[in-house]
Design a protein around this ligand. Structure first.
Ligand code: NAP
Length: 321
């Protein structure tokens, strides 16, 4: 699907009337547990427009079908700040607001201005301000109400060096910047290079070892639950406001001895315990079963239930967020 008018034409076709519709970008965060009994819409809308904004900022409108990593490269090459910590996250631009992509202490919400949408029920087009997108930790109104609206483009606001907020506090980032010879105010390109190198060191490459990145979300628990857990196991945690604490799902999985564990052709990556690698399984069900085994092991040991970050699409109409 290469234009919004094309969407009108497809959805108006009598052959798809009444079918459920599943919009996807590059499919990098989707696991098909079986055949989907409806229409899968692959969004390939293209185009990026840059417009200078007030206060020396830059506004970028990018169509949903653009790939995210080249968009980041394009902005850091001009030394525009805002996307550098989100370097090399696989997937399309349109998928970015769905789960408010985040990495290394930054998230899309930091730079998102608005989102253009297409309503699958009536073809209505709307622009939703970021404040109305209910952006949360790997979540948004589009994820909470799946498949009601298609994101057709996003508008981002990026800052020049003089106004940039540098986020280099995550483990390894400062060391990597030093290795790259960066000073106290690294360029957007240096930050992006540092993040890209860290990701390449830690994460299996989906091109050679098929995977969907982090399979589970980091669980967020109440402060008293965290205190008990920390006493029992020294689990790391980070306060996320309202007394809640974010745990590391990778750490929990690793403590269960599951790093490198395999179930047939599915394995927990040896490089990163949050990544499930498909080493030739023939059905999404094999991955679903492995994920269930991991979830059960973590729940039994720590009393914390992991939720998938990856969207698991069942073979019935029901889909799990
Ligand atoms: P890491 O540095 O080994 O840390 C493990 C977890 O601890 C991360 O998930 C991170 O949470 C949390 N964490 C670490 N330092 C933190 C801090 N200073 N403040 C708050 N939380 C902190 O992480 P990693 O696995 O190598 O990943 C690095 C970053 O890339 C993370 O932000 C991660 O989310 C992101 N990433 C995302 C995907 C994906 O598929 N979505 C895949 C790989 C990596 P957060 O995840 O909330 O940041």
């Amino acid at each position: 699907m290469r234009s919004v008018d094309h969407l009108d034409a497809i959805l108006g076709d009598a052959r798809v009337a009444g079918l459920p519709v599943l919009p996807i970008g590059e499919g990098t965060n989707v696991l098909f547990a079986g055949d989907y009994p409806g229409l899968v819409l692959r969004l390939q809308l293209g185009g990026v427009v840059e417009t200078p904004a007030d206060g020396d900022a830059m506004t970028i409108r990018a169509a949903a079908g653009e790939r995210w990593p080249p968009l980041v490269r394009r902005t850091v090459a001009r030394d525009w700040y805002g996307l550098e910590n989100l370097t090399d996250i696989p997937g399309s631009v349109g998928a970015a607001p769905i789960q408010n992509i985040g990495a290394y202490g930054a998230e899309l919400a930091d730079v998102l201005v608005e989102v253009d949408t297409y309503d699958l029920a009536d073809g209505g087009r709307a622009t939703v301000a970021a404040a109305n997108c209910q952006l949360g930790y790997r979540s948004s109104v589009f994820k909470l109400q799946p498949d009601r609206r298609v994101v057709t483009s996003v508008v981002l606001r990026l800052q020049p060096a003089s106004r940039a907020e540098i986020r280099a506090g995550y483990p390894g980032v400062a060391d990597q910047l030093r290795r790259l010879g960066a000073g106290a105010r690294p360029t957007a390109r240096q930050l992006s290079d540092a993040i890209g190198q860290l990701r390449a060191q830690k994460l299996p490459d989906p091109a050679t070892h098929p995977n969907a990145g982090s399979f589970f979300k980091n669980p967020v628990v109440a402060a008293d639950v965290y205190a008990a857990l920390h006493e029992q196991s020294a689990a790391p945690g980070w306060p996320v406001g309202d007394g809640a604490v974010k745990l590391s799902a990778a750490w929990l999985i690793e403590q269960c001895g599951l790093r490198g564990r395999r179930w047939g052709a599915v394995a927990v990556s040896r490089r990163h315990a949050l990544v499930l690698v498909n080493e030739g399984c023939r059905s999404g069900q094999e991955l679903v079963a492995a994920a269930a085994a991991i979830r059960d092991a973590v729940e039994e040991r720590f009393g914390v239930r992991l939720e998938t970050e990856v969207r698991v699409v069942e073979s019935e109409e029901r889909t799990s967020p």
